[in-house]
Design a binder for this molecule. Structure first.
Ligand code: ADP
Length: 869
C-alpha cells in the first residue's frame, strides 16, 4: 500500500492544484477518494464533506441521470468513457441547475490489470453550449421567419456541384422530388433565356475576386407544374485560405408580385409566350451534353398529339415521319454551321394522324464555342402546309401561264414577273434597271400610264386596256392587253401596289392579219372566178355573193342578202327557183336548178345554179356554198343545134321518102320478073331505108319534144291488141329471138296508139339488140286499179344500177365504147320516156348486169273521158 500511498499523495497534490475539476472514485461503490476544489465547489457545488462518501450519497441528484451507469460500465469493462457537452442536472445552492460538461471517466488499473478506481475529469462547457443553443435557436427562428416570408434557402456544395435546398426553394423551382439536385439540373428549371445570366452570376460569385456576393433575378419554369415564377436569389460564397470556395449558400424568394402587371406584359417572355400560344407553338430547351430536354406542354402536343411531360428527347424523334428523317438530319447538319435550326417535317401522332410541324431552334455556345443549349419552338403548320400546297399550285399556274403575270409596287416597279413575262420582256433577272416602267413600257406610254391608268386604278381598283410594252433588250414594241388590279393593305386599305395579267397580242394580231390576208385571197379568187358564188347561213339566208353576181344583176350586195337574191330571177322562173332551193335546202342535198335572170346588159341569161351543204368540223350544219354559171351561150348553141337537127332531118325526110317509094316500086318489078336476086337486094335496101327514116323520125321527134311540138292524138284502145300487133310485125324481121307474150286482160287505155306503138317497138328492139346471145324476149301485160302495165323482159347484157336512171336521157348510151357492137344514137329511150310522160304515165326499169333487163311502162286506165292534148 506504500506504493499506492505515495502515488496517491503525489496525485492528490497534483489534483489539488489543477484548475480542471478532477475526482477519483475508488472501488465499485465509487467512494470519493479525492476531489479537488474545482470539482467539489465548481462542478458539483458542494463542500469537502463529500470526501469519503460514495458518489451516490454525495450527489443524490444524479439519480435518474446516466452517470452511475456509465461509471459502472467503465469499472467493469476497464474501457474509458469520454463525453462532450453532456448535460447534467445538479443541486447547487439548493436549486437544480443544468450544466454541460465535457468529461472523461478513465479506469485506473493495478499492475495485474484490475480496475481499482476511476479518474473523473470534467470541463464545464455550459456557457459554450448555451451560446451554441442560442445560435441554433436564432437560426430556427430565422428559418421560421424566412419561411413565413416565403423565402427559401439553399446551399451549393461547390465540390460536388450539388445543391441542397429547403422545401420553399424547391417549391420556387417547381421541383418537389428531392432535397438535393445537381447544379445542371437546377439550371434546367430556369427559364432558357435566364440560364446564361444565372450561370454567369454563380461563376462570378465563386471567384474570390468578386467578394463572393451573389444577387440575381431570374425566372424558373416549374419542372412539375410548368409555372413561370420570378425569383430573386441572394447568396454568398466562402473561401478557404487557398482562395477556393468551400461553401456557397443563400436565399431564394418569389418576386413575382413585385414585378408589376405592366412589367410582366412588357416582358418579352410574356409576349413570346403569348405569341407562341397564339400560334399553337410549343417551346423546348435541350441541354446538349446531357441530352436533357425541357419543354412546354404544347411542345408534346404538337409533336405527339398528347400532352405528356417528362419524356426523353429520343421519344420525340421517334415521331418523325420516316420520309422526313433526312430533312431533319440535313437541317441539323446545316444548323451546326449557321447556329440556327429551321425545318418542316411531318410528325406521326400517337393516333397515327400525320401533322406538318415547323421546328425552329438556336444554339447557345460556351466559352469554347461548343454548343451547350439548343432552344426553340415547334409549331403545327398542317393547315399552313396545306394552304402552301394550294399556293404552290397557284404559283405553278402563274409560272406556267402563257400570259405575263406581274406584281408592281406603288411606283410601278416590277417586284415579281412570271416566266411568260420574263420571256416576253426579255428579262433574265429583275434588277434596278429592268424593273422600272421606263424599261418595260414604250416611252410613249409612260405619260398615259401616269395620267390615265394610275388614276383609274386608284378610283376603280382596276384598269384594263391596251398598252405597248417594250422588250427590255431590243426595245421592240409589244402590243398587249392588260388587266391591272390595285392591291390594298387589308387592314388599312392603303394601296400597296398592283397586279397585272398581260396578254401579248402579237400572235393574235398576226393571226388576224393572216385572216385578213386570207380574206383578201378569197375575195381575189371569187372575183377572178367566172362563176357567181354564193353562201348561205344555216337558215338558208344568203350571207355572201361575189362581185360576178353583183355585176350580172346590177344590184347591191345588201339587196341579195337573206332571200333578196330571188328578186334577180325573172318573174316567170322565180317561184320555181325559190321552191327548188327551199326543197333541196331542207333536205340538205345537192342543189341544182336552172333559171333566168335579168342581166344589166338588158338580156335575159340562163343560169345553172348548184350548191353543196357545208358542215362544221363538229358535224353541225353551216349552210350552203354554191355557184351560178351563165349557160345562156350553151343554151343558145343547143338551140341552134336542135334547130339544125330539126331542119336537117326535115330536109332529109323528103328525099328518103321518095327513095323508099322508088325502092318499093323496083322491088315489086323485080318480084314480078322473078329476079330473086335483085328482089332480095332491094328488100335489104328497103329495110336500110326504113332504118334511115326511123333515125330521121327520132331526130325529128327530139326536135319536136324540145320545142314542145310533140303531139298526141289520143283515143281509147286495147293495149294487149297493140302488143300482139307490134310483136307480129317485129317477129317478121327478128329471126334469132322469139317474142313471147304473156298478156292479161286490161281495161282500155286512152292514148296516142301510134306513139305507144313507137314505145313498144323501141323497148322490144332494144331488148333484142342488147341480148345478142339470148333467144327470147317476153312481153307481159297486167293491170292495177288505176293503171295498165306493160313489161319487156330480155336476158341480155343488163345495165348496172348507177347507169339505170340515165338511160332515159337524151343521147345517153351506156355502151358508148361499144359503138360498133350496139349501134345507136341514144335517142330511143329518151323519146320513149317523153311519150309516156306526155301520156301521163310512168316508165322504169329493173336490170341485173349479165342477166338481163325488164323495162316497164304504165299508162293510166281511161276514165271514159277523152283528154285532148
Ligand atoms: P340506143 O339507140 O343506143 O339503143 P336508147 O335510147 O334506145 O339508145 O338506149 C339508150 C341506152 O340504153 C343504150 O345505148 C343501151 O346502152 C341502153 N339500153 C337500152 N335498152 C337496153 C336493154 N334492153 N338492155 C341493155 N341496155 C339497154
Amino acid at each position: 500500500m506504500d506504493h499506492l500511498e505515495n502515488d496517491v499523495a503525489a496525485l492528490r497534490a497534483l489534483i489539488e492544484e489543477s484548475p480542471t475539476p478532477i475526482a477519483l472514485y475508488v472501488g465499485p461503490e465509487m467512494r470519493i477518494h479525492i476531489a479537488n476544489k474545482a470539482m467539489i465547489y465548481g462542478a458539483w457545488g458542494k463542500d469537502t464533506s463529500v470526501l469519503g462518501q460514495t458518489l451516490k450519497a454525495a450527489l443524490p441528484e444524479l439519480e435518474g441521470q446516466p452517470f452511475h451507469q456509465l461509471l459502472d460500465d467503465v469499472y467493469r469493462s476497464g474501457i474509458a468513457y469520454e463525453a462532450k457537452q453532456d448535460p447534467a442536472t445538479l443541486i447547487i445552492d439548493g436549486r437544480p441547475v443544468e450544466r454541460y460538461y465535457n468529461f472523461t471517466y478513465k479506469p485506473l488499473l493495478t499492475t495485474d490489470g484490475q480496475v481499482w478506481g476511476i479518474l473523473n475529469t470534467a470541463t464545464n462547457v455550459t456557457e459554450l453550449v448555451l451560446a451554441r443553443k442560442q445560435i441554433v435557436d436564432v437560426e430556427a427562428q430565422l428559418a421560421f421567419s424566412l419561411k413565413a416570408a416565403g423565402i427559401g434557402t439553399w446551399d451549393l456544395d461547390v465540390t460536388n456541384k450539388s445543391i441542397t435546398w429547403d422545401d420553399r426553394t424547391k417549391e420556387l423551382y417547381g421541383f418537389n422530388r428531392a432535397d438535393t439536385a445537381s447544379y445542371d439540373q437546377v439550371l434546367r428549371y430556369m427559364h432558357p433565356q435566364d440560364r446564361a445570366v444565372v450561370d454567369k452570376a454563380v461563376r462570378n460569385a465563386l471567384d474570390i475576386s468578386s467578394g463572393g456576393v451573389y444577387d440575381v433575378r431570374f425566372r424558373t419554369i416549374g419542372a412539375d407544374d410548368n409555372k413561370l415564377r420570378w425569383l430573386h436569389c441572394k447568396g454568398k460564397a466562402y473561401f478557404n485560405e487557398k482562395g477556393e470556395p468551400y461553401r456557397f449558400s443563400g436565399i431564394a424568394m418569389d418576386i413575382g408580385a413585385q414585378i408589376s402587371a405592366d412589367e410582366r406584359l412588357r416582358s418579352a417572355e410574356q409576349l413570346t409566350q403569348l405569341a407562341l400560344e397564339n400560334i399553337d407553338a410549343g417551346s423546348y430547351f435541350i441541354h446538349l451534353p446531357s441530352k436533357d430536354i425541357t419543354y412546354t406542354p404544347l411542345f408534346t402536343r404538337v409533336l405527339t398529339g398528347k400532352t405528356e411531360l417528362g419524356l426523353e428527347r429520343d421519344e420525340f424523334i421517334k415521331h418523325i415521319h420516316p420520309d422526313d428523317v433526312i430533312v431533319r438530319r440535313k437541317a441539323y447538319e446545316l444548323a451546326v454551321s449557321s447556329g440556327s435550326l429551321d425545318f418542316e417535317a411531318r410528325y406521326v401522332w400517337k393516333d397515327a394522324s400525320i401533322h406538318w410541324v415547323r421546328v425552329l431552334g438556336k444554339y447557345t455556345y460556351d466559352d469554347q464555342n461548343d454548343p451547350v443549349y439548343l432552344s426553340g419552338i415547334v409549331q403545327d403548320i398542317t393547315a399552313e402546309a396545306e394552304a402552301k400546297q394550294e399556293q404552290r399550285k397557284l404559283l405553278w399556274l402563274i409560272e406556267n401561264s402563257t400570259d405575263m403575270i406581274s406584281l408592281m409596287d406603288k411606283s410601278g416597279d416590277l417586284t415579281y414577273l412570271n416566266e411568260a413575262g420574263r420571256r416576253m420582256l426579255d428579262i433574265k433577272v429583275l434588277h434596278e434597271d429592268t424593273r422600272k416602267r421606263a424599261a418595260y413600257l414604250m416611252e410613249a406610254e409612260l405619260d398615259r400610264v401616269r395620267q390615265v391608268v394610275d388614276p383609274a386604278l386608284l378610283t376603280d381598283d382596276r384598269w384594263s386596256g391596251e398598252l405597248m410594252f417594250r422588250n427590255t433588250n431590243t426595245g421592240e414594241a409589244i402590243p398587249c392587253f392588260v388587266t391591272t388590279l390595285l392591291l390594298r393593305d387589308t387592314s388599312t386599305g392603303q394601296p400597296l401596289g398592283s397586279a397585272s395579267v398581260v396578254r401579248d397580242m402579237r400572235p393574235e394580231l398576226a393571226a388576224q392579219k393572216a385572216l385578213i390576208d386570207n380574206e383578201e385571197l378569197f375575195r381575189a379568187i371569187t372575183t377572178a372566178s367566172p362563176a357567181a358564188l354564193w353562201m348561205t347561213d344555216a337558215e338558208g339566208s344568203i350571207t355572201y355573193v361575189n362581185d360576178i353576181w353583183l355585176n350580172w344583176t346590177g344590184r347591191s350586195f345588201d339587196e341579195h342578202l337573206g332571200q333578196g337574191w330571188v328578186e334577180a330571177v325573172v318573174a316567170d322562173d322565180r317561184a320555181l327557183a325559190g321552191e327548188r332551193f327551199v326543197n333541196d335546202f331542207t333536205q340538205r342535198v345537192f342543189h341544182e336548178s336552172q333559171f333566168r335572170i335579168q342581166h344589166t346588159d338588158g338580156t335575159r341569161r340562163w343560169i345553172v345554179c348548184t350548191g353543196h351543204p357545208q358542215y362544221h368540223v363538229d358535224g353541225g350544219f353551216k349552210g350552203y356554198i354554191g355557184a351560178c354559171v351563165d349557160i345562156s351561150e350553151q343554151m343558145h348553141l343547143q338551140q341552134q343545134k336542135d334547130e339544125f337537127i330539126g331542119v336537117a332531118s326535115h330536109e332529109l325526110k323528103t328525099p328518103v321518102t321518095s327513095v323508099k317509094a322508088y325502092a318499093q316500086v323496083l322491088q315489086t318489078m323485080f318480084e314480078r320478073e322473078v329476079d330473086d336476086k335483085k328482089a332480095l337486094m332491094l328488100s335489104k335496101m328497103n329495110s336500110q331505108i326504113d332504118r334511115l327514116s326511123s333515125l330521121i323520125n327520132d331526130l325529128l321527134d327530139v326536135t319536136k319534144i324540145q320545142s314542145g311540138r310533140l303531139q298526141f292524138h289520143d283515143r281509147h284502145f286495147d293495149l294487149n291488141d297493140l302488143v300482139l300487133e307490134v310483136c307480129e310485125d317485129l317477129q317478121r324481121t327478128a329471126h334469132k329471138h322469139q317474142l313471147i307474150t304473156d298478156l292479161h286482160s286490161t281495161a282500155p287505155v286512152h292514148a296516142d296508139a301510134d306513139r305507144i306503138r313507137q314505145v313498144l317497138t323501141n323497148l322490144i328492139t332494144n331488148a333484142i339488140k342488147y341480148s345478142p346471145s339470148a333467144h327470147s324476149v317476153t312481153i307481159s301485160s297486167s293491170m292495177t286499179d288505176t293503171e295498165a302495165i306493160i313489161s319487156v323482159q330480155d336476158h341480155g347484157i343488163g345495165i348496172s344500177a348507177d347507169k339505170q336512171p340515165k338511160v332515159f336521157d337524151q343521147f345517153y348510151r351506156v355502151s358508148g365504147s361499144n359503138q360498133h357492137t350496139f349501134p345507136g344514137l341514144g335517142l330511143g329511150l329518151y323519146i320513149t320516156a317523153e311519150i309516156i310522160k306526155g301520156e301521163g304515165g310512168r316508165i322504169w326499169l329493173s336490170s341485173v348486169p349479165g342477166e338481163g333487163s325488164i323495162f316497164y311502162f304504165a299508162l293510166p286506165l281511161s276514165s271514159g273521158q277523152s283528154i285532148v292534148k
